[in-house]
Design a protein around this ligand. Structure first.
Ligand code: PRP
Length: 182
């Protein structure tokens, strides 16, 4: 796999240090709130697992899977829910945990949809933010963000290309020849 990577954008040590900082901040702010942490499958699994272990407070976890077809129907920005949350978030403080904000369609849709379910609060925690890619008209901002990154094709630490590379412990830039040959 390493041969397909042009360079390392964020090392394992950089990621782990930043995730611990984010976890400590969230733990402080949510100490008495018993938040429900929402993992958006599959990209945020690694971040979610490390972030929650850096939060030594009472919390629960839930999972949701959405399709990325929001990005191909840019006019509507609609997102298809493939797997919904198992539990209710009514009267809960919810934190949506994402690996990356790109166009912003997915999280704009999700935060609106989950707001309608009567949560006490909804905040967004993303590991990566690519502000240069934000779609016109999208004003969404993360409440907690690990790193702002340039518009490069990144994989690893949960992020994939064609479902591969998610298990790399760092975030790397994929060589263009890997995705250009398909
Ligand atoms: C990625 C990522 C976000 C979304 C961000 O998911 O995890 O959910 O795209 O893009 P946007 O800001 O342009 O909406 P993807 O659909 O690739 O699924 P995955 O997490 O299973 O890889």
């Amino acid at each position: 796999m390493r041969n397909d990577i042009e360079g390392i954008l964020l090392s394992e040590a950089q990621i782990q240090a930043r995730v611990k900082e984010l976890g400590a901040r969230l733990a402080e702010e949510y100490r008495d709130k018993n938040p429900v942490m929402i993992c958006i499958l599959k990209g945020s699994t690694m971040f979610f697992a490390d972030l929650l272990r850096a939060m030594p407070i009472p919390l629960t976890m839930d999972f949701m899977a959405v399709s990325s077809y929001g990005r191909t129907t840019k006019s509507s920005g609609e997102v298809e829910i493939r797997k919904d949350l198992a539990g209710s978030i009514e009267h809960r403080h919810a934190i949506i945990v994402e690996d990356i904000i790109d166009s912003g369609f997915t999280l704009t849709y999700l935060s609106r949809m989950l707001s309608a379910r009567g949560a006490k609060s909804i905040r967004i925690c993303t590991l990566l933010d690519k502000p240069a890619r934000r779609a016109p008209g999208i004003t969404l901002k993360a409440d907690y963000s690990g790193f702002e990154i340039p518009d490069a094709f990144v994989v690893g630490y949960g992020l994939d290309y064609a479902e591969m590379y998610r298990n790399l412990p760092y975030i790397g830039i994929l060589k263009p020849e890997v995705y250009e040959k398909n």
